[in-house]
Design a binder for this molecule. Structure first.
Ligand code: IMP
Ligand code: MG
Length: 180
């Protein structure tokens, strides 16, 4: 039986072990390397959830690039509120830059759509999205996710940067909620 953990009122069971995560992240790093070598892109990491993915991804990228961070909030508990608030922004100009957005997960697509629109309005040369996870069944917006490490079913998960009410971000594996 898979390892289970308890976070607050919910049980979660191990669904994606660390070695599978690392393999998938390295594959994304390789694809980005093939597409961007010679372009000096700006990676924009969406906090908080993408911090662990971004750290592993960037360690596997060996061409000249810059990294910056933005922060939005849209989630409460286990369902999306559908509202997007920018709580911290970029210090540097994105005008004329090849930007790669680094996101933890594309669920409904509302968050990533908001981030894309906000960057486009600032005059980027190109925008690509690199997401650690995608829940294809949950997608409600027409957004292109250029790089996806792993596609998962439409169930709530925690770990590897993703949280349940603030907890579980530090887990090195992914756990899926157990519906009782
Ligand atoms: P979207 O706007 O619905 O695409 O949601 C994107 C954001 O919701 C992500 O950046 C996550 O922070 C959060 N999120 C979506 N699904 C999950 C999940 O299963 N666990 C934890 N956070 C999630
Ligand atoms: Mg997030």
């Amino acid at each position: 039986m898979a390892k289970t953990i308890q976070i607050k009122d919910k049980k979660f069971s191990l669904s994606i072990p660390e070695h599978e995560i690392q393999k998938a992240v390295n594959q994304v790093a390789h694809q980005i390397t093939v597409d961007y070598t010679g372009k000096t892109p700006l990676f924009i990491v969406v906090l908080n959830g993408a911090f662990m993915f971004a750290a592993d991804l960037m360690k596997a990228i060996n061409f000249p690039c810059e990294i910056s961070f933005v922060k939005f909030s849209s989630y409460r508990g286990t369902t999306s509120s559908g509202m997007l608030n920018e709580t911290a922004g970029l210090n540097e100009s994105v005008e004329g830059r090849d930007v790669i957005i680094v996101e933890d997960i594309v669920d409904t697509g509302i968050t990533i759509e908001g981030v894309i629109n906000s960057l486009k309005a600032q005059g980027t040369k190109s925008i690509a999205v690199a997401a650690f996870l995608q829940k294809p069944e949950a997608l409600q917006r027409e957004v292109t996710v250029d790089y996806v490490a792993l596609k998962i079913p439409n169930n709530f998960i925690v770990g590897y940067g993703l949280d349940y009410d603030g907890y579980g971000r530090n887990l090195k594996d992914i756990y899926t909620v157990v519906n009782e």
